[in-house]
Design a protein. Structure first.
Length: 344
């Protein structure tokens, strides 16, 4: 009887192999909490429909997963890491330095980042500018001078009288999360860049101003467990949460998307590009493990099959926004040929 490997939804890795590593009979996958539900569905189907063991999936966050993935070669290291952002040049260089030289990049689809609250609360309608003013540590002085001050805003109505007079309380991802990185680039930069004197800053100063979250309790790092954020939103209708669209879709009976710059996070607005806080999803494969760990190429084939990532595939049913036909064909061809990633 085929042994089914455990799917683990924790940020804590299983105990590493000590001494000389023993062979593994199943695929090890780490990384993004956003990609995690998609990867687990693929892994479960793969385990049921092939002679290979079900891959072990661990939710470590995008940054944590890439760190583990790039730590070296050998069965004590992961074969695949999921990521809700593209690998950074610094991470690529770490991989190269540690001998992880044959990396295959797989773009699997798109996801929106929802800013959501309880369906029992008022739906918020705001822009990226208001989001930045609510969440950043340093914001433009309310007196209109071109200077930055510690964030003085306590309630949403302090920022815009059209918003509710309730305390700003936002539950969001930690710095290790790809969702946090993408939210900072897409939402926070989009908001703070509307102030001309910030837009004109040097790149490093601009990013520090836009990306640094306030630390006075208005923004709460809620870990990598998006389901826990949903539970907290149910318990506190005044709070907002930041997480991937797939979790919004799966919990539509409990939470609702805020309107951001005129659009809610839904399938059509993300696919069309109208919803501004959306990002590509990836996973990265350690091609040097192919032939050592059984089933890697077959897992890639399942993930990039039309029944999985296609327009009407089972991943779309889970909330992933599919790539277009031409893009799927292009990515699929690069995966089949195990095209090596090169980042300059």
């Amino acid at each position: 009887m085929k042994k089914t490997a455990l799917l683990v939804g924790s940020a804590v890795l299983a105990t590493a192999f000590a001494g000389n590593a023993v062979a593994r009979d199943g695929i090890s996958v780490v990384g993004s909490s956003t990609v995690y539900p998609f990867a687990t569905v693929v892994a479960e189907r793969f385990g049921k429909t092939t002679d290979f063991n079900t891959p072990k999936i661990e939710s470590t966050g995008s940054g944590g997963g890439l760190k583990l993935f790039c730590s070296g070669i050998g069965v004590e290291t992961p074969d695949i890491t999921n990521s809700s952002r593209r690998m950074k040049t610094s991470e690529y260089e770490m991989c190269q330095k540690n001998g992880v030289t044959d990396v295959v990049e797989v773009l699997i689809g798109y996801d929106g980042i929802a800013v959501a609250n309880s369906i029992n609360a008022q739906q918020l309608d705001m822009g990226a500018k208001e989001l930045y003013l609510a969440l950043a540590k340093m914001v433009p002085n309310p007196d209109g001078s071109e200077s930055l001050v510690e964030n003085p805003y306590k309630q949403w109505a302090d920022i815009n009288p059209a918003l509710p007079a309730i305390d700003i309380e936002v539950l969001g991802p930690p710095p290790t999360s790809g969702t946090r990185d993408a939210f900072a680039e897409l939402a926070m930069e989009g908001g703070c860049g509307q102030f001309e004197f910030i837009e004109n800053m040097e790149k490093d100063e601009f990013q520090a101003t836009c990306h640094t979250m306030r630390e006075d309790g208005a923004y709460i790092e809620a870990g990598e467990n998006d389901n826990l954020i949903v539970q907290k939103l149910e318990a506190n209708p005044d709070a907002l949460g930041i997480f991937g669209f797939s979790f919004l879709e799966q919990n539509s009976d409990k939470v609702q998307s805020s309107i951001i710059d005129g659009h809610i996070a839904d399938f059509d607005s993300i696919a069309s590009g109208d919803y501004g806080i959306s990002r590509p999803l990836y996973f990265y494969v350690k091609a040097q493990h192919i032939g050592t760990v059984p089933g890697i190429e077959e897992y890639l084939a399942e993930f990039t099959s039309e029944q999985a990532w296609g327009e009407d595939g089972y991943l779309a049913d889970k909330g992933m926004i599919p790539l277009g036909d031409e893009q799927r064909a292009e990515v699929g061809a690069s995966v089949k040929s195990l095209q090596k990633l090169v980042l300059n």
